[in-house]
Design a protein around this ligand. Structure first.
Ligand SMILES: [Zn+2]
Ligand SMILES: [Zn+2]
Length: 211
């Protein structure tokens, strides 16, 4: 276990050139992706959700309500749903999004524990909506979707009125509590955080050299 010497290796290599840095960042993210994916698959098995899902940590700060556009204009945007309440009043955003075609969750790499957990929970609920189509998940989701249908919903209903969003925003905080009950949660969050510290050090030095 020489994780600090591995970190030094990433760090020193990264300073050689932006090209080297980009490859070292890829390595850090890939390794974390494997750890997060393993954990998410465990959670899926625990809750009878399809474990065929991948988690990709990213340096790009996605907010789901911005990625899934058409939030701002149209009929129904003023309706006070839990989605609107969370985004506009509580400002508790989902810092992730789910691509149902690739069954992949993209999650920002720099999040406090609660936001990390809620964002992961929210996207796993979406994954469940697309894949379970039965009651076996025991209420993780009850609204079922397929890709074509979701595309049509995204094109015709504003974000805060979409049924799968109302369900995910209603259930994500509770599902996060269940995720935290898994004994590997703290260990996984630590890996996520350690990877971010590594990325941050590399970024800080890159800015000094090339910024
Ligand atoms: Zn389900
Ligand atoms: Zn969502």
């Amino acid at each position: 276990m020489s994780s600090s010497s591995t970190e030094n290796k990433h760090f020193e290599k990264a300073l050689e050139s932006p090209f080297e840095a980009s490859k070292q960042l890829r390595e850090i993210l890939n390794k974390l992706s494997k750890d997060l994916t393993d954990f998410a698959r465990d959670i899926c098995v625990e809750h009878n959700i399809d474990p065929n899902v991948k988690i990709v940590p990213t340096l790009i700060h996605y907010l789901e309500h911005e990625v899934m556009t058409r939030y701002v204009r149209g009929l129904g945007i003023d309706i006070e749903t839990i989605v609107k309440e969370r985004i506009e009043k509580k400002k508790v955003y989902i810092h992730a999004w789910y691509d149902p075609e690739r069954r992949t969750i993209f999650i920002y790499i720099d999040l406090p524990e609660d936001m990390f957990c809620t964002s992961l929970a929210h996207e796993l609920i979406h994954h469940c909506q697309y894949t379970c189509h039965s009651e076996k998940c025991k209420n993780v989701c009850e609204y079922w979707l397929n890709i074509d249908e979701a595309r049509e919903i995204d094109e015709s209903i504003p974000y805060n009125l979409r049924p799968h969003e109302i369900e995910a925003y209603t259930k994500d905080e509770e599902f996060c509590r269940r995720i935290k009950e898994n004994k590997r949660f703290n260990e996984v969050y630590k890996k996520y955080n350690d990877a971010f510290q590594e990325v941050k050090e590399i970024m800080a030095s890159l800015i000094l050299i090339y910024g």
